[in-house]
Design a protein around this ligand. Structure first.
Ligand SMILES: O=C(O)CCC(=O)C(=O)O
Length: 370
């Protein structure tokens, strides 16, 4: 099952011809983008260097724990996905977005649907339109989706589907390895529970492809506005062009993520599952004048109606910091948070005296893993 749809009506899903744009129109102009300084998050950037986790490192679980607690994001190395495959993914994605509008719009996301061509579902909550095109797919519906664009199922269709399926297969192996590390980092001893979580998550995979065209005036607009991911965690495959920025406090600043790396972002439901120990990350994508940029967000989370509550191992002798939620319910909370300017995580948090009527953490892991 894929992530629950959070769309009602998406007024941002009209076609905009980026190739013809000579300036950024009012609809795509964002204010206040440079209130905070931008710092480099590259390897030599001292405390601003985005943490790196190497899956081949015998101490990788500790590195995952540290990065997830302190940043909610890390660059993944030693994942084994060939760079040649990533280059082919990027090239095939470029071939989709290069198609004429009339062909892409055959797959346009319809109201209430979570899949299809268009901006990511979250864009319906943004006050302005972003400088990007997108396509949301799940591995299960990939071939049926792409037939809308390529009804004759010719060579371009086959090459695109084959490469995305190969990417998905390779990603699942990485998901497996990383989940084992997450569980080790959290002190969850049951390998069986871990395997079941991976199996469950692999059924919910959603891929959102972001295509950021060149922009004549990049300082006035955004490729993707600030947000956290809502699920458990997201892998972000990105091209060798800068664009991703993480928001960090004390002092408030944007940290530019090195291009080309495979990124892992912790999502809100993982923050809940880990009782706030691992933190979701606010991030955004900027665009530039010289190059197009591609990213693929590979989102993982629980089935839409599975109950998620802080794990017993994470709560320890303390109290759960969050109430039990399903992903479907959390989307509604997030929608309200976008509307009111509040924090969705804050809205599902428990104060010391509150009681979670939906049970304790011990029952919830078995629900997620069954
Ligand atoms: O393109 C990027 O670097 C960010 C993409 C992203 O955050 C998303 O798709 O959720």
């Amino acid at each position: 099952m894929s992530a629950p749809s959070q769309l009602s009506k998406d007024p941002h899903n009209d076609y905009f011809d980026f190739g013809a744009a000579r300036q950024v129109p009012e609809t795509h102009t964002w204010e206040g983008l440079y209130e905070h300084p931008l710092v480099d998050g590259g390897v030599g950037a001292a405390e601003d260097a985005v943490p790196v986790v190497d899956l081949r490192d015998p101490h990788a679980a500790e590195a995952v724990a540290r990065a997830s607690e302190q940043w909610g994001t890390f660059l993944l190395e030693g994942h084994g996905i060939p760079s040649e495959l990533l280059a082919r993914v990027e090239a095939r994605i470029a071939s989709v977005f290069a198609l004429p509008a009339s062909e892409k719009m055959r797959a346009a996301r319809q109201d209430g649907q979570s899949h299809g061509y268009g901006l990511p579902p979250i864009a319906s909550y943004f006050p302005k339109t972003t400088w990007s095109e997108g396509y949301t797919l799940s591995p299960a519906n990939l071939r049926a989706e792409l037939r809308k664009i390529w009804p004759d199922a010719g060579g371009d269709y086959r090459h695109f589907c084959d490469v995305m399926e190969e990417f998905h297969r390779q990603m699942l192996a990485v998901v497996d390895k990383l989940t084992v590390l997450f569980l080790a980092a959290l002190g969850v001893a049951s390998v069986e529970a871990g395997r079941k979580i991976v199996e469950t998550m692999s059924e919910t995979v959603t891929m959102h492809i972001n295509w950021y065209p060149k922009c004549p005036d990049p300082k006035r607009t955004l490729g993707l506005a600030i947000h956290t991911d809502s699920g458990f965690f997201t892998f972000l495959m990105q091209s060798h062009v800068s664009g991703l920025q993480l928001f960090r406090h004390e002092p408030d600043r944007w940290v530019g993520v090195p291009p080309g790396a495979l990124i892992v972002n912790i999502g809100d439901l993982f923050q809940i599952l880990t009782n706030g120990r691992f933190r979701s990350t606010y991030h955004r994508a900027v665009v530039n004048r010289e190059s197009t940029r591609v990213s693929v967000a590979y989102h993982l989370g629980p089935p839409a109606d599975a109950k998620v509550a802080p794990l017993r191992e994470a709560v320890g002798g303390g109290k759960p910091a969050y109430r039990t939620v399903t992903w479907r319910e959390y989307f509604l909370v997030r929608k309200e948070a976008f509307t009111t300017g509040g924090s969705a995580l804050q809205m599902v948090s428990l104060s010391p005296g509150d009681h979670d009527d939906d049970g304790d953490g011990a029952d919830q892991i078995s629900e997620i893993s069954s």
